[in-house]
Design a protein around this ligand. Structure first.
Ligand SMILES: NC(=O)c1ccc[n+]([C@@H]2O[C@H](COP(=O)([O-])OP(=O)(O)OC[C@H]3O[C@@H](n4cnc5c(N)ncnc54)[C@H](O)[C@@H]3O)[C@@H](O)[C@H]2O)c1
Length: 302
């Protein structure tokens, strides 16, 4: 069964709580969010400090919508009207005038703080200001803003059009009203949410993934089973799409290692300590698909 989230039939605009959304950052995630928002019938204002990124983001969205047309799930008019709803914004003040803003800039506390500080100064009292951060504390992102009660985490998954989950994360000062609005926004975008009550390191999904992936690495380290068989157990026994070691290779062994370390440092919980094998693989340049070798060998496949 496909998990692809579909645009509501005919745009279903009347059912939407939000009519317009601002997106900051037009990279992989920002473009994916723009695609699902436009397909759902929302007007999208897309801003990036790199204008070429906006063009690339629109191209990514158009290609994603074309795949739906090819599968017979959207007609050509639907594609064109959705693309007509995505417009480039000149600056953050244009973005902030939408009812909700989702920030998807690079994973840097400093840059995110600056974006939210500006957005807070420009937004009005009811604007939802959401960050798509994978791991940074929402309270810290909101720390230098004048509207911390309006700031919340909305962690979409990649690829956004295909992944139905949105992890909604409360910061220390996020209001109930903002939480309720963010849940409505996620529903408008065709996503199902989970609520994370505290923005502790790793939220829910990264903590779960880290525990499974670390344990899989330890099983390899201790010679208990091969990487192939550990992944096979997760795929065939638990119904996962791919196993944790194949996931680490796909994400980047270094990225997975850093995510685990950040959770260990953030929580102080020794259960999140990285296995030695991960550290050694990173040091040796075995970073997964991007380096040709990780838990699997991709060079032989070339
Ligand atoms: N890639 C994933 O699988 C994934 C999954 C979930 C969440 N995330 C999170 O989503 C966010 C974006 O990730 P991505 O993979 O789309 O990154 P990306 O590198 O593809 O895109 C980031 C974009 O932000 C732009 N940018 C940088 N500074 C900016 C600023 N001050 N104002 C406006 N635009 C700015 C860059 O030009 C770039 O186009 C990160 O916080 C990341 O942790 C990523």
């Amino acid at each position: 069964m496909s998990t692809e989230t579909l645009p509501p039939a005919g745009g279903a605009k009347a059912l939407l709580r939000f009519s317009e959304i601002g997106i900051v950052g037009a990279g992989l995630m920002g473009a994916g969010i723009a695609q699902v928002a436009a397909a759902a019938g929302l007007q999208v204002r897309l801003f990036d400090t790199d204008p070429a990124a906006v063009a690339r983001g629109k191209d990514q969205a158009a290609k994603g919508l074309q795949r739906l047309v090819d599968k017979g799930r959207l007609d050509q008019d639907g594609l064109e009207s959705a693309m007509g709803r995505i417009v480039a914004a000149a600056d953050l003040s244009e973005v902030a005038s939408a009812g909700a803003v989702i920030e998807a800039v690079i994973e840097s506390l400093d840059i995110k703080q600056k974006v939210f500080s500006t957005l807070s100064a420009e937004a009005d009292d009811s604007t939802v200001l959401a960050s798509n951060t994978s791991a940074i504390s929402i309270s810290e992102i909101a720390g230098s803003s004048s509207r911390p009660e309006q700031i919340i985490g909305m962690h979409f998954f990649s690829p956004v059009p295909a992944m139905p989950l949105c992890e909604v994360i409360r910061g220390y000062r996020t209001s109930d009203k903002t939480l309720e609005a963010a849940l409505s926004l996620a529903a408008d975008l065709g996503k199902q949410s989970i609520v994370v009550n505290r923005d502790d390191s790793g939220f829910v999904t990264s903590r779960l993934m880290t525990v499974l992936m670390h344990e899989a690495v330890r099983l390899v380290e201790q010679g208990i089973a091969s990487a192939e068989d550990i992944d096979k157990a997760c795929v065939l026994g638990f119904g996962h799409k791919i196993g944790p070691l194949a996931t680490a290779d796909l994400t980047g062994v270094d990225v997975a290692y850093r995510a685990g370390r950040a959770i260990y440092e953030g929580t102080g919980d020794p259960g999140y300590r990285s296995p030695q094998l991960l550290r050694r693989m990173v040091a040796a340049g075995y970073l997964g698909r991007k380096s040709g070798q990780g838990f699997y060998d991709y060079e032989g496949a070339k």
